[in-house]
Design a protein around this ligand. Structure first.
Ligand code: ZN
Length: 254
């Protein structure tokens, strides 16, 4: 049995705490103090860390956490200190009784990886800053095409996959989604629901891939209405990569 809790850090980061009867892992601990406070207050037996990419708000707590606890740290091939096991696409990470498949998802950064577990028919995905609820990450290091292929790769996972993303960006993402698809009532309702949750201090995550395919324009690169919206606004073809790229560049300036 696996349970997953968010530990909030900085203004909008989520450090995910994964727990089984064999112990706990944290994903992307940017802030050691937030993790230590949570773990100590609940007497949690923390065994390891999963890292999705090198950005400091996802890695800044590794060294201090390793000083306090005995941890196995799994992460990508990068310059970050404290990673014990460097992994990339196709590798399997086994910890606290769970097998995670590592998926390469370059674009936001070149080292970005995601961790996926089938979890006995209740699949879970830790996708860092690649895919968010209602949106996707900025392209900092890779090409737009790399980001497109990474998002597409994640979209092909089972539709009941629960997505645990690195940030609470859903409100601003859905504002943009409403701009792309102004007459989509489903997105409008999703926005109102999320607004309610956030106002009550409830995270909008996890979400599911199935739900994201309804509200996230970056997963709707084959959707006729998204294609019409983008090709009306920008001089691009209906090629999915061009649609995705034009939309991501639009969002950068939104
Ligand atoms: Zn990042």
């Amino acid at each position: 049995m696996l349970s997953i809790q968010p530990i909030k850090a900085f203004s909008d980061n989520y450090i995910w705490l994964i727990t089984t009867n064999e112990g706990s892992l944290v994903v992307d601990p940017g802030d050691a103090s937030a993790v230590i406070e949570y773990v100590e207050s609940k007497n949690i037996d923390i065994k390891g860390i999963l890292i999705t990419h090198h950005h400091f708000d996802h890695t800044g707590g590794i060294v201090d956490l390793k000083k306090k606890y005995e941890l196995d740290v799994f992460g990508p091939f990068n310059e970050v200190d404290g990673i014990d096991h460097r992994v990339n696409g196709g590798d399997t990470v086994s910890a606290i009784g769970i097998d995670f498949q590592v998926i390469d998802v370059p674009g936001h950064t070149l080292d970005h990886i995601a961790f996926f577990s089938e979890n006995k028919g209740d699949p879970v995905l830790f996708c860092g800053d690649t895919l968010f609820s209602g949106g996707c990450g900025r392209v900092f290091e890779g090409t737009f095409e790399q980001m497109f292929l990474s998002v597409k790769r994640l979209s092909e996972l089972p539709s009941n996959t629960k997505m645990y993303c690195g940030h609470e960006y859903t409100i601003s993402n859905l504002k943009f989604a409403k701009e792309v698809l102004p007459s989509d009532n489903f997105i409008d309702n999703a926005f109102k629901e999320v607004e309610k949750k956030i106002n009550n201090g409830i995270p909008s995550l996890p979400t599911t891939l199935e739900y994201e395919k309804l509200i996230n324009p970056f997963l709707k690169f084959n959707d006729d209405e998204v294609i019409a919206s983008i090709t009306n606004k920008f001089n691009v073809s209906n090629d999915p990569n061009e649609i995705f790229t034009a939309m991501r560049k639009w969002k950068d300036n939104f």
